[in-house]
Design a protein around this ligand. Structure first.
Ligand SMILES: C[S@@+](CC[C@H](N)C(=O)[O-])C[C@H]1O[C@@H](n2cnc3c(N)ncnc32)[C@H](O)[C@@H]1O
Length: 332
């Protein structure tokens, strides 16, 4: 299953998704900071290989950037790529729901922009030994932060059959979850599963040929489910989006790109709640405390153009939403 092609260099294998649109959405927030006499500060909460960060630092020569990633390999690569901007950057190894603590440690009370380009990076998919890709045989790992936490092997070998059904169905939206979980348990009873290839083989044997022909790679949804479970992606995101919005200064902006409906649902809910008045139904006047704190900058979701998708197939599933902070809640 392992292809003989060498991994291309980082610079050649990475195009930031919706780069110019993200930056154009954030730019007015940086201008608002300047007008208020402050240096604009942006958080790139998913630094990855630093593609979006590099473009922002290049375009705004007064911008201070805080780059967060839970993957130390990504931080090293982005650090090298952004080294010429080191006086204007702080790169931090953290999970993005820790944004409050990161800003506290840096002594930054509020930020003007935050960018979140969710999910797995091209680097993580291309580094075969990390086990994110179903197309290469590799150890069943899938941790974005390889320094801690359970691996995909821990999950497939120790979760009960019911738990496996639940995560594959819920996080993978896989209709053959029951059969896949049943076959995983039968296989691990003979010997623990250690490699992605073994899992792909099990799934191939379980997903009916017709479904496999029409539904993309048969292992795609199970791999997505395991990756979400390993990295607790959706639980973390549920805490991170409100924390990101809270951290914004007045006129600060948040831009978030999701890659599947479960992520987008969380982003949409937080943005929608902030954009509504919280006045009880039938309340005669809208009190200041009930006014919406956010203004939506995108109508529904925005998607990349066909041209961008042709150039960067990973962009195909991107869904972008953005908001502006229009009211800062006074401290209780
Ligand atoms: C799609 S990539 C970002 C690519 C980046 N925009 C660029 O231009 O290079 C997503 C990155 O976010 C990181 N990441 C995902 N979930 C995270 C989390 N909960 N906390 C911190 N970083 C996370 C991943 O490790 C990965 O490097």
């Amino acid at each position: 299953m392992t292809s003989g092609n060498p991994t291309p260099p980082t610079s050649a294998r990475h195009t930031p998704v919706l780069r110019d649109r993200c930056i154009n959405l954030l730019a007015p927030a940086f201008e608002a900071a300047r007008l208020a006499g402050r240096t604009p500060v942006v958080v790139d909460a998913t630094l990855g290989m630093g593609g979006h960060s590099e473009a922002m630092l290049q375009r705004f020569d007064d911008l201070h950037l805080i780059g967060i990633d839970r993957d130390t390999e990504a931080l090293d690569l982005a650090g090298a790529r952004l080294s010429r901007f080191s006086s204007r950057t702080d790169l931090v190894h953290a999970v993005y729901d820790e944004i409050d603590a990161v800003l506290d440690d840096l002594g930054i009370p509020a930020i003007d922009g935050i960018l979140m380009d969710l999910g797995v990076s091209s680097l993580q998919l291309d580094e075969r030994e990390r086990g994110f890709a179903y197309s290469f045989d590799a150890p069943l790992d899938m941790r974005m932060d390889t320094s801690r936490g359970q691996t995909a092997a821990d999950i497939v070998n120790t979760y009960s059959e019911e738990e496996l059904v639940r995560i594959i169905r819920k996080w993978g939206e896989e209709k053959f979850a029951g059969r896949i979980a049943n076959h995983i348990v039968a296989a691990r009873d003979k010997a623990p599963l250690t490699h992605t290839g073994e899992l792909v083989e099990i799934i191939r044997n379980v997903v009916p040929a017709g479904a496999a022909r029409t539904g993309g790679h048969p292992a795609k949804r199970t791999f997505q489910a395991l990756r979400i479970e390993v990295n607790e992606e959706l639980n973390v995101l549920e805490r991170a989006v409100p924390a990101a919005v809270d951290a914004l200064a007045l006129h600060g902006r948040a831009v978030i790109m999701s890659y599947h409906s479960l992520e987008d649902k969380i982003v949409k809910a937080v943005f929608a709640a902030g954009s509504r008045s919280s006045a009880p139904a039938g309340f005669p006047v809208e009190l200041e405390e009930h006014k919406a704190t956010l203004r939506r900058l995108t109508k529904g979701t925005e998607i990349p153009t066909d041209e961008e998708i042709a150039e960067n197939p990973r962009a195909a599933s991107a869904r972008l939403r953005a908001v502006e902070k229009v009211k800062v809640r006074s401290a209780a």
